[in-house]
Design a protein around this ligand. Sequence first.
Ligand SMILES: O=P(O)(O)OC[C@H]1O[C@H](O)[C@H](O)[C@@H](O)[C@@H]1O
Length: 316
Amino acid sequence: MVDRSNKPSALHPSGTGPSPTVYSDGKKVTATLPTGDSVEVMLYGATVTSWKSNGKEHMWLSEKAILDGSKAIRGGIPVVFPVFGPPPKNHATSSLPQHGFARISHWEYLGKSSSESGLLAKGGDDAVRLDFGLTPANLSDEMKKAWPYDFSLQYSVTLGKNGLQTMLSVRNEGDKPFDFQMLTHTYFRIPDVSKIQITGLAGTKYNDKVMNGNEFDTPSPNLRIEGQTDRVYKSLKQDTTSITVDGSPAYDVIRDNLADTVIWNPWTEGAQAIGDFAPKDGWKNMICVEAGAVNGWTTLEGQDGFEAGQILKSYL
Ligand SMILES: O=P(O)(O)OC[C@H]1O[C@H](O)[C@H](O)[C@@H](O)[C@@H]1O
């Protein structure tokens, strides 16, 4: 694992008081804290499909999300790896589907852990970490052929009283270097998209996929969603991107070792075009704020590792 000097403290349990409960039915792992806060992770895609705190659901999940492992799950937190978006031509990822194979593969549940105390567990709150693994052995033959590298992924989802942390650890288990992109495609549930602002976007440039991918300066640190939005903000200066509702804090996305963030809302026309997006006006209640490393490529030499992720906090 890579050693980083400014690595934020992890979400860790305190080990005292009532314990979190974890239940796995072979398809989904559910963890619940003594406070009632909970997270659900489907093994298909290691996709977080629910995160609740304070009695509220924070993830938007389409009513038509396909949960049987035949299609990427529309909502929650799909994991994007090793390519974001449509793969480029003449690249090692060219034969992969949009957003790669991680979100459409069956991950292994590696178990739960609970030890130490850290940033989000301050004050003795309990927390629980769920670990998931993916290697070439879990891939379909088609995906293995499309991306023939020896890799291992460990995805850790930690539920704490004050937030949810997701960390992805990538290892090159072989000798050939490989390039990758990664991103957590988080669909936040929001009361009304017309009332939100996204903050923390100052001082950077973005590529606007709605405008042929052209690059623009960020005119204001805050963004209102007023139409179809699909922007890749690159090399952000601040670690935290926030969502406010009517000027009050709703969510924070705190990036760890990830420089970029994609903001996506399909709006009326985009939602119409997506078969598994329901209800069709569901775009009013969702916003994707996607922390990632998607501007160019991260190269991993043989036997090297990379770890990055995010902490999500809710104020709702
Ligand atoms: O429909 P999907 O493959 O899940 O992609 C959904 C969306 O993901 C990202 O946010 C991209 O920037 C969008 O261009 C894309 O439409």
